[in-house]
Design a protein around this ligand. Sequence first.
Ligand SMILES: *[C@@H]1O[C@H](CO)[C@@H](O)[C@H](O)[C@H]1NC(C)=O
Ligand SMILES: *[C@@H]1O[C@H](CO)[C@@H](O)[C@H](O)[C@H]1NC(C)=O
Length: 426
Amino acid sequence: MNLVVLLLTKDATLSTPLLSAVSPPSTTTTSDSDESSSSADNSFRYDYHDLNFNTPPPPRPPPLPAAVFCSSYKSLAVLSGHVSSVSCLALCGEFILSASQGKDIIVWQQPDLRQFTKFGHGDGSVKSVVTAGNKVFTAHQDSRIRAWKVSRSSENVFKLIDTLPTKKDYLGKFMKQSNYVQTRRHHKLLWIEHADSISCLAVSNGLIYSGSWDKTLKVWRISDFKCLESIKAHDDAINGLAAINGIVYSASADGRIKAWGRRKTTDGGGDNKITHSLKGILQGHKDISINSVVVNQNGSLVYGGASDGYIMGWAADEGFESWKLVCEAKAHATAVLCVCLVGEFVCSGSADKSICVWRRDLIGGGLVRYMVVKGHEGPVKCLQASPERVGGGFMLYSGSLDKSIRVWWIPNHSKFHIWMSYWGWI
Ligand SMILES: *[C@@H]1O[C@H](CO)[C@@H](O)[C@H](O)[C@H]1NC(C)=O
Ligand SMILES: *[C@@H]1O[C@H](CO)[C@@H](O)[C@H](O)[C@H]1NC(C)=O
């Protein structure tokens, strides 16, 4: 235990994050008491500066328990301002957007993490926020999406520009009977309308995807906010979406993630039409809800967080035609509510109030527990990580049912994997 803890301590001290108005990260190194064992205490105490990877390695130390990678860790900042549970987070330039069950969306400015402005009060509890260029899309419990424009020149920085479905979309469709679908007995809606809360949004290649408790996945065009498609995607509520390279992944309470491929077809009139078709089913544990899904930058790895506390990972083949299970890790005592991905790190937030940081192994998509961060007093509902490197690590933002947002700095130890391979762990 000592060696790894030493590395954590040294590196954390050497590289203080660049945030100005907040205190440097704590260097507390207490390990998770429930898992730690005294056998971890061995005689291998190296000074960080003495590490020389060219000299023959010292004798192989005994294997260390997984708890070595966990250290109690303090958040850099706690942002409070929401009157209710924080439901979603998004990064938008130097802003952090957070939204809550209490309908408000707060804009925090970096690097001082001060409340910059608020917007969107009164449109129903906000379930998801995504950004695309200078636009922000929010999904609401009232089954509609709102589009906002970020403008630097005007006083009202986040300006509502439309509500989806748009009036124009309604007017073009409401006269025709075939545009209606039965949602409940004696209740019909246009196919462009969600019949229940929108739980998640994703943006990719000029399209917005919305997933809903009504089990449908809808596809919208960003250029004119027109609804292009509605897919009856799952047997139960859709909880999460991730989209990259023309493939969108939907995670559902039915225990599956489905991969939908985008296709351009030409209709009778010669118009280009975008449609999506099912490419694959990533099967989780039977009947266990998958609450969140993320995909890496080139689309080759997909991770889902499930209600039984597991993170499952799948690797796509080269043609994105099939997916193979590559990871099945018991991450938390209770449900995984959110997952985020930054570089080779996967972070999971749970109903058990903790956040676990995982590192992908070098081959394949397996995960190695890196550290556990605790501080929230309620379930961790949402996570975002900044892709920018800060002082030899990265920034992690978490939102919780305890109404607060916490800001963490996660050190990135480049030599970690050298030691791990030396110990024969990878
Ligand atoms: C995608 O990224 C993974 C790891 O991040 C890498 O192993 C894989 O070769 C990449 N695939 C492609 C097609 O670039
Ligand atoms: C962590 O460090 C390694 C080695 O310097 C680097 O390749 C990687 O991109 C870093 N990851 C993050 C998320 O900063």
